[in-house]
Design a protein around this ligand. Sequence first.
Ligand code: FAD
Length: 471
Amino acid sequence: MVMGQLNQETELAIIGGGPGGYVAALRAADLGLEVVVIEEREKLGGVCLTEGCIPSKTLINAVDLIASAREADQMGLSFGEVEIDREKLLGWSQKVVQTLTGGVNSLVKKRGIEVIQGRARFADSHTLAIEGAGTVQFKHAVIATGSRINELPPAYEQPVWSSAEALQLPEIPDTLLVVGGGYIGLEMGLVYAGLGTQVTMVEFNPRLLTGADSDLVEIMVNRVSDRFAQILTGSKVTGVEYADDRFTVTIENEGETESRSFDRVLVAIGRRPNTDDLGLENTAIELDEHGLIPVTEEMRTVEEHIFAIGDVAPGPMLAHKASREGKVVAEVIAGEPAAFDNRAIPAVVFTDPEIAWAGLTESEAEEKGLEYTVGRFPLRALGRARTMGRVEGMVKILAEPDSGTVLGVGMVGPHASELIAEGTLAIEMGATLEDLMVTIHPHPTLSEAVMEAAEVAAGQPIHIPPARPKE
Ligand code: FAD
């Protein structure tokens, strides 16, 4: 990385080296653009690689293994009690992160992309001031500064954990309160529960994972609820006190207020875009009410030569959305026809079982009063799920009633994170139920559930009984 005083010009300056920024840089360099990436962290990779997607999945993979080892008992295999070496587990997780960030750095280097380490702010609409490192004049800029953990309300001003701290596995506490039942809270809660902590979860909304259809969430909750000490929905933490290395937490639940004690508290109540300390006031860019940067389909801001992608742009805060937008901006800047006009952005929750969906959800369809047909195929009717001893789950497909065009795919079950790719492709390609039904799916695999759900939606189920004719 370049450090020290610079005063240089570049065709394209990218602020932030996360999955939005670094992917934009790689694609832009391949399209012949001169690229400079400005990143304040020591390594590229952003939140996703260093304190998000990747370290969370290493730990989830580890606790899934523990659960599988325990459940193998039903198949006549017993491994005895699992011994957990916290330091070794953390070391393994860190090694994975190091390997991947190292890989990104080497890809960037091989493309001849210059990386400047430092914090960038707009001095005007063509100049970035880099803290302690001079200025960069640019022809085009991409804002890819990502997001950070929501600032905690004053009630939490105590040494509580954020997801980033929890991923460092500082200890395996006896008891843990997880505040927030979104995907990060659930994934982290299940990690600690899997490592042996008594985890209590508090969620303000009446149910967990409000973005996902409740039929999918219910199946997951049924399987994991006994791994939690308690899941309190429709509840609120109103106070946190810390003394003698313990937390006393006041929880409001169904009109009652009670005080409980926990060894540690993890707060996962959402993320906010990094747009407030960027010098945007020195440009014409204005933020929306969520602090996001409004953009066109080409990811252009109101300053046509400045683009915004990833967590700072509207849409779900997900790495794969950031990366797709990164490719779009690179192509647009290189003068190619490109737009972020994707029909579906898959969402995955890496719980056990996993939940995934793409395109229209049933709750959205109902809210908007859209007509749809739906087919549900339960995993208990699927050979491969039986061979794995994992029959909880289902795949459902929503389709346009007349044309059969696939509008949405939702699933809960093992490897849903992988299976959703087929659903996403179907929506992206404008596939119909028939396309999914006539495509030969390998047997015996979980992917057959996608075909079977399409058959159910089309009224031609094979491995479940046909619906009774309406009287
Ligand atoms: P980021 O990854 O946030 O990168 C932005 C970069 O910009 C950072 O490196 C930052 O240091 C740098 N930066 C910020 N401001 C400046 C500045 N002024 N000057 C210079 N550099 C700056 N998403 C998924 O798709 N799948 C998952 O499984 C998943 N799991 C997650 C788990 C956790 C615990 C968390 C917290 C997030 C998870 N996410 C997941 C979300 C994902 O990490 C983000 O959506 C993704 O990282 C956004 O990419 P980005 O490029 O927009 O920004």
